[in-house]
Write a protein that binds this ligand. Structure first.
Ligand code: SF4
Ligand code: SF4
Length: 174
């Protein structure tokens, strides 16, 4: 059984609601002006929020000691990507000890949902999600990240070295 309450007399006087709303806004504004330090908002871009070390921002393709990308074009990241935004083209490597490598690796960052599944799926620590989150661009072309951008963009200072050591893996027979 539902009980429908009759609106009381205050509900018929809209001005009371309007003025109490305006009073609340004015009061909050004055409190905030005199307590700027306690305001929960961040004055971006002058102030920037410090995210934790586990934050998953822009992707990085890691590199080996010789500077080449670590990715073996196994497609596990692309297969696990729920947004279907990773496109990889594999090619045979000249080195017979390397099965294949990505001749092209692209992420459409506008479709990415930053879930981290690609990083989790990679068996060789070839893709990581770093602390960068500011991704300005003028057109769609600026949001298609290719190997050059993913592995060698200027702020990575030539590339992020993989934690997986090839020599150690070789000695361990992996
Ligand atoms: S973070 Fe998620 S959505 Fe983005 S590329 Fe990786 S798997 Fe795809
Ligand atoms: S980044 Fe990792 S999971 Fe993706 S294709 Fe390369 S090796 Fe495979």
């Amino acid at each position: 059984m539902s009980i429908v309450k009759k609106p009381d007399w205050k509900a018929n006087w809209y001005l009371i609601g309007i003025f109490s709303g305006l009073w609340f806004t004015l009061k909050t504004m004055v409190i905030n002006i005199f307590n700027k330090d306690k305001m929960p908002t961040v004055n971006y871009p002058e102030e920037k929020y410090e995210y934790g070390p586990r934050f998953k921002g822009n992707h990085v393709l890691t590199v080996k000691k010789d500077g080449s990308v670590r990715c073996t074009a196994c497609m596990l990241c692309a297969t696990n990507c729920p947004a279907n935004c990773i496109t990889i083209a594999a090619a045979e490597h000249e080195d017979p000890t390397v099965e294949k490598y990505p001749i092209s690796y692209e992420i459409d960052i506008l479709r990415c949902v930053f879930c981290g599944f690609c990083e989790e799926a990679c068996p060789v620590d070839a893709i990581r999600m770093g602390p960068e989150w500011q991704t300005p661009g003028l057109g769609h072309q600026d949001f298609h990240y290719d190997i050059q951008k993913l592995a060698y963009r200027a702020n990575l200072k030539g590339g992020v070295l993989s934690r997986v050591d090839d020599e150690e893996r070789h000695h361990a027979g992996i």
